[in-house]
Design a protein around this ligand. Sequence first.
Ligand SMILES: NC(=O)c1ccc[n+]([C@@H]2O[C@H](COP(=O)([O-])OP(=O)(O)OC[C@H]3O[C@@H](n4cnc5c(N)ncnc54)[C@H](O)[C@@H]3O)[C@@H](O)[C@H]2O)c1
Ligand SMILES: O=C(O)[C@H](O)COP(=O)(O)O
Length: 531
Amino acid sequence: MMERKRVIVSERIAEEGLQLLRSELDVDYRDGISRSELLDIIDQYDALIVRSVTQVNEELVKKATRLKVVGRAGNGIDNIDVDACTRYGIIVANTPDSNTISAAEQTISLLLSSVRNTAWANDVLKAGTWDRKPFRGTELYGKTVGIVGLGRIGSMVATRLKAFNMNVIAYDPYIADERFERFGAEKKNTLEELAQEADIITVHTPRNEETMHLINEDILAVAKNGVGLVNCARGGIIKESAIIEGLESGKISSVGLDVFEKEPATGNPLFNYSRVVCTPHLGADTYEAQKRVGENIAEQVILALKGGIVPNVVNLPSVLSEELDYLRPYITLAEKMGNIYYQVEKTPISRVEITYSGPITINETEMLTIGFLKGLLEPVLWEKVKYVNARLMADERGIKIYERKEEQSPKRYKNLLNIKIFNQDREMELSGTISRARNPLLVEINGYETEADLEGYVLMMQNEDRPGVIGTLTTALGEAGVNIAAMKVARKTKGETAIMILNVDNKIEEDTLKALTRIDGLIGEPKLLHF
Ligand SMILES: NC(=O)c1ccc[n+]([C@@H]2O[C@H](COP(=O)([O-])OP(=O)(O)OC[C@H]3O[C@@H](n4cnc5c(N)ncnc54)[C@H](O)[C@@H]3O)[C@@H](O)[C@H]2O)c1
Ligand SMILES: O=C(O)[C@H](O)COP(=O)(O)O
């Protein structure tokens, strides 16, 4: 029996996800494993599943010699060094849509409980005091909320706050105007503009160099007196020391925080303020979100370990899953076309020109190019080349890639991939498409029109276009016990050089291949390719 692949899960994920993993993999569920132990044993695993605590950095990736995929059971990937993973050919996948509703609802919960002093009043009442005076809050009705980052969660917060009759304004320099319109948010061109008008500011950007301390003393200086703040995105997007300054001066009247600059957060000075409502990073912690996240990441990790193309890979172009279903056979085709060159030639490549033509061009074709490069480099780099690092590896080898799209296919095939591969001496030109059965078909090689399946063992050779050559060859193969499954012969002009492409059922041994070279009328060495 084939040994099952091994996955280590270093943080808590839902039972449903674990069950799915266990159905296909050997699962080591080590919620809360120490850093040093993880570093010691990571070389034993093919996959690692984390949430937001485990730091997947270069130190870990270097030791993870077997690792093929890091699954982030959640959304934010700021704890993962994606570039390092890419360099080592490791797929990083996350579940960006699985917990967004929960994060949006948690934002609303923090917003309401902070402006109504709910948590503070709860503490005082349970401690034995019935006093209503300190807790007077403010209504949301008719107030302005400023949303920073109108992505998945920001937009859900916008629609929910509309139901409270809030006036929604938003700042997000990276999205089209149409998105502001769609979510009924008035676009603000600068953060300062948003801060000047908002009664409550809520942040929903990723945390990166640009967004760290995005809301700071300078922004708060232009904000309304008594502004409310909410951060359910990532700690530090609102600078914590500026929050304290604003609470002390009275500039800020309420704060809701799910995330902190340093997590786990214990003894954070913000905990001393009654007007600050805090939760320990619970945005994604609902039964529904965790079930979705767990199942989704398990499915992706299983698929990745089977060599499939996974929908939410962070270090590959993002393609919608329906689009991916359509593109998948073309990715396989591109990969197999790429696979041809180094099985035939030994000379390094300087340049590749790829032309995609036909209706396929309305899609994102980057995955096809990546597939081609993976196939191209595989015969020389073997396991080292993966979808995630194929471009990087081609780049490191100085292979220049030029891509073009043409609406109309120049041949009778609806969609066509034409690939020219240049080395210092000559060029190899290939065209391919997929068959009705959605299998990869090579339809042209160096100007010879053919229709060859790129499957199993394929024998390619050139021959003189004259009687008797094909017969002698097929007899020789038959005598060597080689069964021919399919055969295509192509020529450009009658009587000149032709090519033969044969699909054979089994591997042809070296001495048989050598013997074929002695057949009168065959030109050069026959090449046995394997797909
Ligand atoms: N608290 C939780 O448990 C929890 C749960 C899920 C997600 N999150 C976090 O919520 C945040 C938002 O997640 P999402 O799924 O909505 O992300 P998203 O990628 O869908 O949206 C982020 C938006 O921020 C915008 N943006 C980027 N830089 C910006 C800048 N400098 N100024 C203004 N806008 C900017 C982007 O254009 C994008 O529209 C992330 O930080 C994520 O990690 C937290
Ligand atoms: O980015 C996320 O998905 C949230 O912040 C949740 O993080 P968690 O998986 O650690 O709860």
